[in-house]
Design a protein around this ligand. Sequence first.
Ligand code: ATP
Ligand code: MG
Length: 243
Amino acid sequence: MKLSFQEVVKRFGDHTVIDRISLELDGVHCLALIGPSGGGKSTLLRIVAGLEYPTSGVVALNGREIEYHDEALLRHRRSIGTVFQAFNLFPHLTALRNITLPLEKVHGKSGDEARELAEGTLRRFQLLAHAHKRPAELSGGQRQRVAIARAIAIKPQVILLDEPTSALDPEMTAEVLELIEELKREGRDLLLVTHEMGFARRLADRVALLAEGRIAELGPAEQIFGAPESEVTKGFLRRVLKY
Ligand SMILES: Nc1ncnc2c1ncn2[C@@H]1O[C@H](COP(=O)(O)OP(=O)(O)OP(=O)(O)O)[C@@H](O)[C@H]1O
Ligand SMILES: [Mg+2]
């Protein structure tokens, strides 16, 4: 994927959360965003997802500038897959319906098409046996895999994931990480916010460390984890890798 930020600023009131971020990436298949809590990772991801407007600046994904007005954003959101950390399934709907509903309402598929796409995706992730369960009847790992299945049912080229494993225990985390790795293997481009440093190192071809709304360091995973240059990166990694 190509991703470009030019002088992007996001303020909430007088709180600057993204502070003039500029970057140009090309040919990247997995960009991992890491960094301390409150640093702006989710906000940056939401801006790329078209769920949050930048206060100023220009963002382009795969050569196309994201236009931050309703009609264009709707098209943009339809073209990407988005997975957030927890509670993102409709609790009163079955796994299957959680997937078919947006396919019908957002993507304009017929009931039959939606069902076929949803069942195909659930089958692929060994979730078909759970198709008729509601989220409360699924394990945390299954729930998150259904959320990922929903995001990729339309086969988006770019998938945005915000801490997809943060609410999971280690075994379920492994299940979900395997699934994400498989998406990368099949050629999808990922923009991933994660606290799983080992996973970021293994999967990402670029890693950006975001702190206080700025990119403290951006480079290949080997550089960030193996030979970080910025003091902010060094301090952050020392803290998170301590335990
Ligand atoms: N809708 C909002 N209104 C006001 N402030 C917000 C809003 N969303 C985020 N913020 C603030 O922006 C800052 C960055 O938040 P963000 O969620 O992007 O951080 P993060 O890096 O994802 O943190 P974490 O690792 O804890 O998820 C925080 O100080 C947060 O309080
Ligand atoms: Mg966050």
